[in-house]
Design a binder for this molecule. Structure first.
Ligand code: KG4
Ligand code: ZN
Length: 341
């Protein structure tokens, strides 16, 4: 069975072809970083327009790369939410129209389920149940994953998502959008002990909070500004390193607590912040300490991509709509999902 996957929930256009028993046959990703950089963040209207311009040619390229023609597709999966409504509608409309014309099912996929399942495309793939640390630009959650569609959120952020905090502090440091990877690169040459930033909600349950940490980073930045208002270089890198260390420590501590509370022995890292090297190293060390196995997909499978949507669509192949319909849900709580019939 071959499933085409389409991701357009935010600022990346992703298309991939998954074939059961083979894996990802071809995939393409178009980033909109250049487009939004001038505005310091994603402009929803521009995101939709760019998806419109890129999507269909990318579908053609992926099919050509895989040497599969349209008739060789058995289902079309697309991100139906959560995400930007206009952006979701581009992917949903194209996927549904293609599926309708080809008389194959269109499968609406939950973006976060895609992130959770991305690790299944790697070797070795984890078996259920496991704990998932979902850290993306819009979400920060600890999820007990009991099986496909069986998700229990055991902790989540009370305010900003981890990726959002990275992006906001990066902006304060004068780094271009999207700040997360830029801040991480700057942190490599900074001193993580120079600024004692808070570890929010430490030992206080499994919920997370990043807005106080962001404010503490802002105060540290303001205190280091020179007479001209600029931030001298060692201080910039030191704030970046201290902030990253605070996020990494916090997430590692919460994972430690969540593993203990749930009794799970596998930890899966999902979402864009999962690409962070310091976080990956810290979670690997946690795994060694507590005897848990840690799985993180390669960085390209942590950030948004079409492969995870194609694969999640295959997992939900029994759910293709019997009547033509387009699903686009900007808000869609993960724990509303159920196992496939
Ligand atoms: O999962 P994702 O690609 O998109 C969403 O679904 O939100 O996550 C994007 C987020 C952004 O906030 C980005 O800055 C962050 O992940 N990110 C990183 C790194 N790479 C991406 N944050 C820290 N370190 C990184 N290396
Ligand atoms: Zn995402």
């Amino acid at each position: 069975m071959r499933v085409l996957g389409i991701e357009t929930s935010c600022d990346e256009t992703g298309v991939a072809l998954y074939e059961a028993g083979v894996g990802i046959r071809a995939e393409r990703l178009a980033s909109q970083i250049q487009l939004h950089a001038a505005y310091g963040g994603v402009v929803p209207e521009l995101a939709s327009r760019d998806h419109i311009a890129k999507l269909l040619p990318m579908v053609e390229t992926v099919l050509a790369d895989a040497q599969v023609d349209l008739g060789g597709l058995d289902a079309i999966a697309y991100t139906a939410g959560p995400g930007l409504i206009g952006a979701l509608m581009v992917g949903g409309s194209l996927a549904s129209a293609l599926a309708y014309a080809l008389k194959v099912p269109a499968i609406p996929v939950h973006h976060l389920e895609g992130h959770i399942l991305a690790c299944m495309l790697e070797e070795p793939a984890p078996e259920f149940p496991f704990l998932a640390l979902m850290v993306s630009g819009g979400h920060s959650q600890l999820i007990e994953v009991l099986g496909l569609g069986r998700y229990r959120i055991v902790g989540e952020t009370l305010d900003d998502a981890a990726g959002e905090a990275f992006d906001k502090v990066a902006r304060l440091l004068g780094l271009p959008y999207p700040g997360g990877p830029e801040l991480a690169a700057l942190a490599e040459r900074g001193d993580p002990r120079r600024f004692a930033l808070p570890r929010p909600l430490k030992n206080q349950g499994l919920d997370l909070s990043f807005s106080g940490l962001k404010t503490a980073a802002r105060l540290a930045i303001d205190a280091c500004r020179g007479a001209d208002g600029g931030l001298p270089d060692p201080a910039r890198a030191d704030v970046a390193a201290s902030f990253q260390a605070a996020v990494v420590d916090t997430l590692t501590g919460k994972c430690r607590q969540a593993l203990a509370a749930t009794g799970l022995t596998k930890l899966v890292v999902a979402g864009g912040v999962g690409a962070n090297r310091a976080l990956r190293a810290s979670l690997a060390e946690l795994g060694r300490q507590v005897g848990a196995r840690v799985y993180y997909p390669k960085p390209a499978l942590c950030t948004d991509n079409g492969a995870m949507i194609a694969y999640a669509g295959w997992c939900r192949r029994a759910e293709g709509a019997d009547k033509p319909r387009i699903v686009a849900r900007p808000r869609w709580p993960l724990d509303e999902l159920r196992p496939p019939p």
